[in-house]
Design a protein around this ligand. Structure first.
Ligand code: NAI
Ligand code: MG
Length: 492
């Protein structure tokens, strides 16, 4: 079986303890490769390499313009290898090739955008209230950045952090999810071959404990960028606070998709179905709570059910497949557990409600697209993130109730609003407490548009120009040009 060692200081690195673990193909439900099982010593090696590279290596001597040029080259490398990287993602996480290929093909834009920004990072000359001083600020790289990613979109969620980190001049140690390490390792090899100096981008593989935990607590790591579950996010936030590190947390959601009776219902049906069943519901921004205005409830739900029922399941590499497997065995059990919880709470499965046993699903971990009606917003199935192909439907009377229901949840990652009433669209966009609101669309993201969560959905924003500041420190320099240095005992 193929083996993936770690990538540290510019070369493949066998695990310190020579331990390996299998990684599965979710469509076959079987292992396809072995991955290095790192430990705290491997993390230490990688962080020290990153620290050296950022302070004394050639990377530290790169001008901002040179960093920008190299980032644009890295974008080209991703574009040139998009097909093989997408295939690797599919083998390891079971998402559709069509989705992964589109996603990977979009990722070069992050390197072009932040590459373009690299030589526009500038401090300021300060207009002071004191005479005889010249003062200016410098924007300096924050240092070693630890990046911890989940299994649903491994390369995308890495690159959202990696591109601005490199543009700022930082160095990186990445720890991919133990379920999906291969693509991150392959990317590090490709980037090194393309001229990224040794130690600038290191990959340590293994489990959250010890590898992720060691990265978070390592004294030379200055920032942690994390995407994943809110439980792990809290633990990382607490550890980062203890160590006084910067931290960005992109956590889960239970995002409402809100359909008013005045909406273009054809568009809304498509938006609702793609909002939850694309990616088998395994996205942080899934529109997993459908709020429908009462007078169209029955008609709208039956249209959503019909469209979802038509989804073809099967091999994610097959261009005709529309819903793929669940990525991991624990996730498969979690989704089935939530279906049981919903049933016990009194919800009715208008569609699905079980593991998928269709012949085309083979031995993979498939769950039938599931839609629950008769749901109260207070039920667990309405409040907790399932992270699978499970949609709940909740009726509402009017705009005021829609807003109350939308906000009555501890998450605040995203929301969709479907209406043809323009003033209503603006009112809804103002009042929903979430990091993104889509009107008459769903799941649009861009390297130019900030993304992140309100409330328990996280801390900080990724993408857009401001994200670069997360990877920079501001230093203020004072130079005495003509001020007397007088009586040492009087503070002025
Ligand atoms: P997780 O949040 O535990 O794992 C994400 C990453 O954190 C992995 O790389 C993991 O190894 C690492 N990690 C785990 N414990 C750590 C620790 N103590 N210190 C540092 N790093 C640590 O997510 P998991 O177990 O893969 O999935 C569980 C649930 O998380 C899913 O059921 C889903 O609800 C949610 N999830 C949310 C995602 C999002 O995009 N917001 C993505 C994937 C999962
Ligand atoms: Mg896998």
């Amino acid at each position: 079986m193929q083996r993936y060692p770690m990538f540290i200081d510019g070369s493949d690195h066998a695990p310190h303890a020579d331990a390996w673990f299998p990684t599965d193909n979710p469509y076959l439900g079987q292992p396809w490769a072995e991955v290095a099982r790192g430990d705290a010593d491997d993390v230490d090696l990688a962080v020290r390499a990153a620290d050296r590279a950022g302070t004394t290596g050639p990377w530290a001597e790169f001008t901002a313009a040179e960093r920008g040029a190299l980032l644009r080259r890295l974008g080209d490398v991703v574009a040139e290898h998009a097909t093989e990287l997408a295939e690797l993602e599919v083998r390891d996480n079971g998402k559709l090739f069509a989705e992964m290929h589109a996603q990977v093909s979009y990722l070069p834009q992050w390197f072009y955008y932040y590459g373009g920004l690299a030589d526009k990072i500038q401090g300021a000359v300060l207009p002071l209230d004191k005479k005889g001083y010249f003062s200016y600020t410098r924007k300096e790289p924050i240092g070693v950045v630890g990046i911890i990613t989940p299994w649903n979109s491994p390369l995308m969620l890495l690159i959202w952090k990696l591109a601005p980190a490199l543009a700022a001049g930082c160095t990186v140690v990445a720890k991919p999810s133990e379920y999906t390490c291969a693509s991150t390792i392959e990317l590090a090899r490709l980037f090194h071959a393309a001229g990224l100096p040794d130690g600038v981008f290191n990959v340590v593989t293994g489990f959250g404990d010890p590898v992720g935990a060691a990265l978070v607590s390592h004294p030379l790591v200055r920032r942690i960028g994390f995407t994943g579950s809110d439980g792990t996010g809290r633990a990382i936030g607490a550890a980062a606070a203890r160590e006084l590190k910067h931290v960005g947390l992109e956590l889960g959601g239970k995002s409402p998709n809100i359909v008013f009776a005045d909406a273009d219902l054809d568009a809304a049906v498509n938006g609702v179905v793609s909002g939850i069943f694309a990616a088998t519901g395994q996205t942080c921004l899934a529109g997993s709570r459908l709020l429908v205005q009462q007078e169209i409830h029955d008609e709208f739900v039956s249209r959503v059910v019909d469209l979802a029922r038509s989804a073809r399941m099967g091999d994610p590499m097959d261009a005709h497949t529309q819903v793929g497997p669940v990525t991991t065995p624990p996730q498969y059990r979690k989704v089935l557990d939530y279906i049981e919880i919903a049933t016990k709470e009194g919800a009715t499965a208008a569609l699905g409600g079980a593991a998928a046993t269709r012949p085309e699903c083979g031995t993979g971990w498939f769950v039938e697209p599931t839609i629950f009606t008769g749901v109260e917003n207070s039920m667990r199935i309405a409040q907790e993130e399932v992270f699978g192909p499970v949609l709940v439907v909740i009726p509402f009377r009017d705009e005021a109730e829609a807003i109350t229901l939308a906000n009555d949840i501890r998450f605040g990652l995203a929301a969709g609003v479907w209406t043809q009433n323009l003033p209503r669209a603006f009112r809804m966009a103002d009042r929903i407490r979430s990091g993104t609101v889509w009107v008459n669309t769903y799941r649009a993201v861009s390297y130019m548009a900030p993304f992140g969560g309100y409330k328990d959905s996280g801390l900080g924003r990724e993408n857009g120009m401001e994200a670069i500041n997360d990877y920079l420190e501001t230093k203020t320099v004072w130079i005495n040009t003509d001020a007397p240095v007088g009586n040492p005992f009087v503070i002025r």
